[in-house]
Design a protein. Sequence first.
Length: 201
Amino acid sequence: MNIQNWVLFIMEQLGYIGIAFLMFLDNIFPPIPSEIIMPSAGYSASRGQLILIGVIIAGSIGSLVAASVLYWLGYKVKQDRMFRFIDNYGQYVFLKTDDVKKSLAWFEQYGYRIVFFGRMIPAMRSIISIPAGMNRMPYGKFMFFSSIGTIIWTTFLACIGYYFGENQIFMQHIFRQASNIIIAILLVVLLFILYRKYQQK
């Protein structure tokens, strides 16, 4: 059974709870991507098995619960202990110390902007919550920007599955274009921030 069939099986058995569970795993365990989970759920909604708004809510809740868990992990655990743990066990969830250190450096430089955009970038959404906790970003602020980014992303993916679920090639094309657009916007924002800092010197 491949990942897509397993995802569909979980949703058929557990419905909205299954979607929330899978999106929780997406943030904790990156090899289970939201790019499969949410479009599959949206496609199920188009066939009348689920309701689209319920799919979006369930997916967002699962993702945000996972983000909270990782945030508090980063908040409570000291950096040296965190890095030792990832060195020893990170391979089992495809997490590397270098990735966390890189996201930590990005967070220290760009703050909440990375939290917002990170919710829509594969791989980054799985680790951006940890440096947010490490840097003691106010939890309310963290959840606000995480929620906005998460709802935008889950809505986009669910709607793609709802309207284009039967056309897999077209869906994949949209995902590629969306990823390119998000990365381009992020680069523009980062360049603008660097420009502002340069102007202030």
